[in-house]
Design a protein around this ligand. Structure first.
Ligand SMILES: N[C@@H](CCC(=O)N[C@@H](CS)C(=O)NCC(=O)O)C(=O)O
Length: 309
């Protein structure tokens, strides 16, 4: 086990530095908040071992947020997973990538999903959003404790966001699903085959070298596991013939992430979103227990954003 692959059961609870002086009322409010967070954590851990339950069954423990973006996007599901694990209630405007209107361009000059809005921030990058949520709501911790472990988790997330995003999303998923469904172009089998032959093995070899023997890469489930696993779902949706059996440690690791109920539910949400006609999508999200925003940034025309990759 590498030094940063710490067993982090105790890391799930982060304590705050005590304030230098607290009035009795403030001390009592702080204690009540801690009791609520501890109860939420116990409930979270208990539920992770049992069944998938709709998010709307849960009391809203934290201020509600808005997530703009479809559950088909791996980066959007990453943020939905962070919110669900932290019991942050969210509403969704499930616009597909490239579908945002002019107001969306003003909101996010990159024209990318997800965009996250709550009572304090508007953020347009999944890494920035995940770090913000972990700092604001430390329980359960989705970044490990300790400088080295946190840096390793961030590095793996970065590898997933950039290199896996390049190969799994921009080369394979784009050629298999986005080109036909968004741009009405034929599925690009040559591009898919080239990515599987030339690029995917290097990514898989690296993941195999960091995959944990059991559990998750930083001990408890953390951002690194989520960021990597979401891409495998999009690879599956791409319906290629790729054989990943040469990387058994990685596939066992991803299966463990897939089995986390919150994660499984979002995979199901994305699976339904990808196979539901756009006219029926809002009803499908609601049927899956997702609250919808009153207005949408969607427009009927798709357009490319300013980013080249
Ligand atoms: N670094 C961003 C990447 C987000 C991203 O690439 N989203 C894709 C959808 S999977 C998108 O919106 N693409 C539209 C475009 O690039 O114009 C993040 O982590 O949030």
């Amino acid at each position: 086990m590498l030094s940063w692959q710490v067993k982090a059961a105790s890391d799930e609870i982060m304590t705050e530095k005590p304030a230098p002086y607290l009035s009795p009322q403030a001390a009592s409010a702080r204690q009540a908040r801690r009791d609520r967070e501890a109860a939420a954590l116990r409930e979270n851990l208990r539920r992770r071992k049992v069944q998938v339950r709709a998010r709307t069954d849960e009391p809203a423990l934290r201020p509600s947020a808005t997530i703009i973006g479809s559950a088909v996007s791996p980066y959007v599901r990453k943020i939905m997973a962070v919110c669900d694990l932290k019991r942050i209630a969210w509403r969704c405007d499930p616009i597909v990538a490239f579908q945002g209107n002019d107001a969306f361009s003003r909101l996010n000059p990159l024209r990318r999903i997800p965009v996250f809005i709550d009572d304090q921030v508007m953020l347009a990058d999944s890494t920035a959003i995940a770090e913000y949520l972990d700092e604001r709501y430390p329980v359960p911790a989705l970044f490990p404790h300790g400088a080295a472990a946190r840096a390793q988790a961030r590095w793996i997330e970065e590898f997933a966001d950039t290199r896996m995003g390049d190969v799994f999303i921009w080369q394979i998923f784009n050629s298999a699903i986005i080109k036909p469904s968004v741009w009405k172009q034929p599925r690009d089998e040559a591009m898919i085959a080239a990515a599987i032959a030339n690029d995917l093995p290097g990514v898989m070899d690296y993941l195999e070298s960091i995959a944990p023997d059991d559990g998750f890469v930083c001990g408890a489930l953390a951002i690194a596991d989520i960021a990597v696993a979401v891409h495998f779902t999009n690879l599956q949706w791409s319906q290629t013939t790729v054989d990943l059996s040469a990387w058994p440690r990685t596939m066992a690791w991803i299966a463990r992430v897939d089995a986390v109920p919150e994660f499984a539910r979002l995979t199901e949400l994305g699976t339904r979103a990808i196979s539901t006609r756009s006219a029926d999508r809002a009803a499908m999200y609601q049927a899956m227990g997702v609250a919808m925003t009153d207005t949408s940034y969607a427009t009927s025309e798709f357009r490319t954003g300013p980013m080249s990759v």
